[in-house]
Design a protein around this ligand. Structure first.
Ligand SMILES: [Zn+2]
Length: 307
């Protein structure tokens, strides 16, 4: 009798284990990873990118897929804001989403209540057009190499790698729907797909990549597009401006502006008056847009913003 009950309990145990295992396998299937072709291929003389340039740091390769699937057992349900990002989770590309600004939701409420300032230092360069024609997708704060950098919110690390422009950089997806980028780091302490907490030290600041001195390049992105961090953060007091931030189409008008920007590439023998005639833009306007004087000597190959 004892033997029979033992056999029955072993059978029940085996049955339950097999069932539980099959459930786990379903639960831990890798998330959908949608790979996109590289979106940036600027025409000659026309560029929409910046000092920290997607052209330099965005190369989409099969590596991102291999990287993720080799991990095998990643649970798609733990990826922050997975549905909002259409289940795209890419470990290589800052903006793999190809989200058209026109198709974005009208307003999106973002919870800022757990915000932690990544590095409490002075702003040295703001978000927006720089020197008239380059666009800066983040905000820079001065620091000393080795200063600690913290995650702005709870989230999951999406990218840790080195790029020509960003240097060593980290991208984190947060549960509130934002992504943050931390560039020019001297040392990183996190790995891809690692969960991090708001305020957790993720790296040390530095001057790697295209940088003229130690600083943190910090970006806030929503569905791949940068937003001016000053809209949401008080950089004097290192705090959020409000608990719930309403993001809307107004915050992305620069994208359209960038799409409309046209450049002229200086050729041999060009003069400002010649360029003005060719482009139909006044000399004063060209000077203003490019922050140059009428007497500035033009270099062959130099790109001048014309609109
Ligand atoms: Zn920067």
């Amino acid at each position: 009798m004892r033997l029979v009950s033992k056999v029955i309990s072993v059978l029940i145990f085996l049955f339950v284990s097999i069932f539980a295992y099959s459930q786990n396998v379903i639960k831990y299937l890798p998330p959908t990873v949608i790979l996109k072709d590289s979106e940036i291929s600027p025409e000659e003389g026309i560029s929409t990118e910046s000092e920290v340039s997607l052209e330099d740091d965005e190369t989409i390769s099969l590596d991102s897929l291999i990287n993720l699937t080799s991990l095998g057992m990643i649970d798609s349900t733990v990826i922050p804001a997975a549905k909002l990002y259409n289940y795209v989770w890419d470990n290589r590309t800052v903006n793999p989403y190809r989200q058209r600004v026109a198709d974005m939701p009208d307003t999106f409420r973002i919870d800022f209540s757990q915000y932690c300032h990544p590095n409490k230092n002075t702003v040295t360069s703001d978000f927006g057009f720089r020197r008239g024609w380059r666009f800066h997708y983040g905000i820079d704060t001065r620091l000393k190499t080795g200063d600690s950098i913290c995650s702005a919110f709870d989230g999951m690390v999406r990218i840790v790698q080195r790029g020509r422009a960003y240097g060593n950089y980290i991208v984190i997806r947060h549960f509130n729907g934002l992504e943050t980028v931390y560039g020019h780091l001297s040392k990183t302490f996190v790995k891809v797909n690692q969960v991090v907490r708001a305020g957790e030290m993720i790296a040390l600041g530095g001057s790697t990549g295209r940088s003229t001195g130690p600083h943190l390049h910090f970006e806030i992105r929503y569905l791949g597009h940068s937003v001016s961090p000053r809209e949401m953060i008080d950089f004097e007091n290192y705090t959020e401006k409000c608990q719930i931030f309403e993001l809307n189409a107004q915050h992305f008008t620069y994208v359209k502006e960038l799409e409309e920007v046209r450049y002229y590439t200086v050729r041999k023998g060009d003069t400002l008056s010649g360029i003005s005639k060719k482009t139909g833009v006044s000399i004063d306007k060209i000077c203003q847009l490019n922050n140059i004087k009428r007497t500035t000597i033009l270099r062959i190959g130099q790109r001048l913003r014309c609109t």
